[in-house]
Ligand binder design. Sequence first.
Ligand code: NAP
Ligand code: GFB
Length: 322
Amino acid sequence: MEGQTGPMRVLVTGGSGLVGRAIERVVKEEGGAREGEEWIFLSSKDADLTNASETKAVFEKHRPTHVLHLAAMVGGLFRNLRENYDFLRKNLAINDNVLHTAHEFNVVKVVSCLSTCIFPDNTTYPIDETMVHRGPPHSSNFGYAYAKRMLDVYNRAYFEQHGRLYTSIIPTNVFGPHDNFNIEDGHVLPALIHKAHIAKRNGTALEVWGSGRALRQFIYSLDLARLCLWVLREYDEVEPIMLSVGEEEEISIKDVVDIIVKASEFTGPVIYDASKSDGQLKKTASNAKLRRYRPDFSFTPFHKAIKETCDWFEANYDSARK
Ligand code: NAP
Ligand code: GFB
């Protein structure tokens, strides 16, 4: 890596979240870290990254050579529908502070996070990395989407003016241990796992929001973490790279519900509230670029990943974010 001598000192912003905790497990328990490397996992208690001086202070303290930038205001469809302004403003502030401070502290490489939900809503399929800016995002999360798209714009500007190799990944919907299981604000998988837990405990129905017809691709947080380490070490394009299971893994929310019902051993009634939004009906993403780089990578089977997540939630119910 140009300008990089000696082992990496990696600052992981958003280190206490779903993806950050998966990276910490891969780094510390799966031999993800190499000899002499230092990995620092931040939460908002270490620095509020919407605040420029707190951001500078945490970079001053750790002086990272690399940054895995995960920190963001994150939420499911229904929180995005309610708080587009906050998603826009907070994420713009976090992203500007982290990238600008990384540049000021001569960080060799930054890997930031976009999302498959930020692509144009009116599009052809499958979506690929070249299509990020080809039209307005879905109305449900335009605040989050535009803030995320600016990361890609920043990366190109840093490269053009300063020769910085700052790049980004585009994960599809992520799930796993340490997710946000809050029913109002969380993403669909953790919200349904939590709902199934409550319905089973109370002997009530499991209520699914929307028609169940929407289609999604899901990546297990541990698989994403393994790919993030590869991107940090080996991926040298400024252009983003999609980190997703293949198009053929696309699954309806209804089929997801059936898998969660089975994994949670819920035997009660399941009802669909079609008055609630489906959000984007589909956002089919191609992982062809990832496959060109990593034809060898194997994803955890979806059923297994769901079962592990359900079991984790039950075992950590008291401390889980819900
Ligand atoms: P998460 O579980 O909500 O974690 C968010 C992380 O960001 C936490 O560590 C949180 O710290 C930190 N954070 C939030 N606001 C902050 C602030 N003002 N200052 C400092 N830190 C702050 O999110 P996630 O699901 O792991 O997402 C990680 C990244 O992946 C995000 O960039 C997200 O946009 C992207 N992504 C997620 C998904 C998904 O389905 N989850 C899909 C595509 C892309 P605290 O713990 O202190 O709150
Ligand atoms: O994960 P999710 O909330 O966000 O999934 P998106 C929403 C889909 O799941 C919709 C259905 O089709 C909902 O109708 N659904 C069914 C539920 N039951 C539930 C439930 O109890 N909770 C939730 N949340 N959904 C997000 C973006 O879009 O994707 C974010 O808004 C983020 O910005 C994330 O990028 C990855 O996949 O629709």
